[in-house]
Design a protein around this ligand. Structure first.
Ligand code: TXA
Ligand code: MG
Length: 360
């Protein structure tokens, strides 16, 4: 299939291209589009054939459910049953925005979209291109991240093209995304018996959620540190975000981390292997690897979140084979506990590293 490309910005939305994309979606086709978190690969969430196509285009296991994207909070009523008060409170506080809620599903949502589960994941994104597209496509658009399964989620349209050209009807280029990591997922489907639980960390943090709901738990399997606790979000168990090189996270005091990484990259370089390092503005001058990338500043971890997936893809482009990253876990570099988006960064980094963490 020949993929159609359209370019626009949130301030200058191309109405004709959106109308065309809407037609494609309503006829069962697929459109990749920008959101504020990462690019999504959209299909009609209420059409089982569309969901099957999404799995096929991504090369994704079909037991891994999709997030349904809506363009107004009221649309929840069309796909979710027994909606708890908590859901409306969160919608009021954080929608449109990078928060996905898991709720009991209505029969109208096909099993193909929810991977056979009796719950449905729902998100109302804030990106205006996404909102217009969802409206044009009928109001319920299933959209996983627009990468081939296992690759880092795309933060620019070129990465969608690399992964999906010829596999989808259309790709909308809306420039670089803002946040760079996928939405926070919170499970409300077991209320009132069980407290709301975070299944995937993101820009909307546990503190922010607790300020609205009171007690909010975290899936013990979420951070992926404990192999004995499988995560509840089916997608979290798969190998993810993996660069082609072998990535190791190095945890410890700043000087020890720098020394260890430099020793390792020197040794690997000596053996003829191309090396790469993910570090920060504070340390970027201290490394001697072949490809040294600062993800941003420790003083502003949103910059790190914004760059992480791009850097993982750049290592592949550069052919880097042995990779190291500084840690962003609580207490690394003697910093205060990671507030904000630090936990989400570590969650993605640990998966990209296939759980290889070295303490020095
Ligand atoms: O920011 C985002 O959420 C992006 C953009 C495109 O909106 N989308 C995204 O989708 O990250 P995806 O498919 O890459 O990740 C969805 C995650 C998976 O880990 C999946 O297992 C989980 O959500 N999920 C979906 N429905 C679920 C359900 N009913 N119960 C538990 N987990 C669910
Ligand atoms: Mg994904």
């Amino acid at each position: 299939m020949k993929t159609i490309y359209a370019e626009m910005t949130e301030d200058r939305i191309d109405g004709d291209a959106i109308a065309e994309a809407g037609r494609i979606l309503r006829e069962g086709g697929l459109v990749a589009f920008p959101t504020e978190t990462v690019y999504g690969l959209g299909g009609d969430a209420l059409n089982p054939a569309s969901s099957r196509k999404i799995y096929e285009a991504k090369g994704r296991p079909s037991d891994n459910p999709l997030i349904v994207h809506i363009c107004e909070a009221e649309a929840l009523r069309g796909i979710a049953d027994d909606i708890p008060q908590e859901a409306w409170k969160l919608a009021e506080a954080f929608w449109p925005g990078p928060l996905t809620m898991i709720l009991k599903k209505k029969a109208s949502v096909p099993a193909e979209t929810t991977g056979g589960l009796n719950t449905v994941a729902v998100r109302f994104p804030s990106n205006r291109i996404a909102q217009e597209l969802i409206r044009a496509g009928g109001g319920y658009i299933a959209a996983p991240s627009a990468n081939r399964s296992g690759r880092p989620s795309p933060t620019i349209a070129r990465y969608c093209r690399e992964d999906l050209d010829g596999r989808v009807e259309m790709i909308i280029d809306g420039g670089e995304v803002g946040i760079g990591l996928e939405s926070t997922i919170i499970d409300l489907s077991e209320l009132p018996e069980k407290a709301p639980m975070i299944l995937r960390p993101g820009r909307i943090t546990q503190d922010m959620l607790q300020s609205v709901l009171g007690e909010v738990g975290q899936d013990p399997g979420m951070l992926g540190m404990d192999a004995a606790a499988p995560p509840k979000a089916p997608g979290m168990k798969y190998r993810h975000y993996a660069p082609k090189g072998i990535l190791t996270i190095v945890e410890g005091r700043r000087e020890a981390v720098i020394r260890y990484i430099n020793e390792q990259t020197e040794r690997c370089g000596g053996a003829g292997r191309k090396t790469g390092v993910i570090c920060t503005d504070e340390t970027v001058g201290a490394y001697q690897a072949d490809v040294v990338r600062s993800a941003g500043s420790r003083a502003d971890e949103e910059t790190v979140a914004h760059s992480l997936f791009r850097i993982l893809r750049e290592f592949d482009e550069e052919g880097a084979e042995v990779l190291f990253s500084e840690s962003f876990a609580d207490g690394s570099f003697e910093q205060d506990a990671a507030e904000g988006i630090g936990q989400a960064i570590m969650n993605r980094l640990i998966k990209a590293a296939g759980h290889r963490v070295v303490k020095v």
